[in-house]
Design a protein. Structure first.
Length: 173
């Protein structure tokens, strides 16, 4: 029975676990963390709205009004939480969708531009080139080759624009 956990060590483990859980509850319920959690919930609502309505004309003021924040506060909090501005997140989302449409559809670049919420082909091409590294027409030609034989869910991860950095990769040492 040497492989069994002895009573004293089990008590120690349960005590350490209980203290960690208790600390988590105290931290989560402390007055200073309540506004932070509320802000994070509001930021998720903004991000979810952008994900749903990316093709609509959206601006920071309108998004802020929707969650009862000032535009400046929303901008600061969003950048702090996600590492990019509201506008950058919106552009990244639109470009992700455009990449998908260009890979799998037969719509023209202009049709894709308007379908994802841009009102100018020039702005679309510029933003697309900044994020993806090639113009939309070149991407369309290369896109099918890059994702040939991949499942759509994997193709989406492989072809995601570089700027989307909600979670920073862990540093290897």
């Amino acid at each position: 029975m040497s492989h069994c956990v002895t009573r004293p060590s089990w008590n120690r483990v349960s005590t350490v676990a209980w203290r960690a859980w208790d600390d988590r509850l105290v931290t989560a319920s402390s007055p200073s963390s309540a506004p932070r959690l509320r802000d994070l919930a509001l930021l998720r609502r903004v991000r979810d709205r952008i994900d749903r309505e990316y093709a609509q004309p959206l601006n920071v003021e309108e998004l802020a009004r929707g969650v009862h924040l000032s535009a400046g506060h929303l901008s600061r909090q969003f950048r702090q939480a996600y590492g990019e501005s509201v506008y950058q997140y919106l552009m990244t989302r639109r470009i992700e969708r455009a990449m998908s449409l260009l890979r799998i559809g037969d719509a023209s670049v202009t049709e894709v531009c308007f379908a994802v919420g841009f009102s100018s082909l020039g702005t679309f091409s510029t933003r697309f080139s900044e994020l993806v590294g090639v113009p939309p027409s070149v991407y369309r030609e290369q896109g099918a080759d890059v994702t040939a034989g991949m499942l759509p869910c994997i193709a989406k991860q492989v072809t995601r624009p570089v700027r989307n950095r909600e979670v920073q990769p862990a540093a290897r040492s």
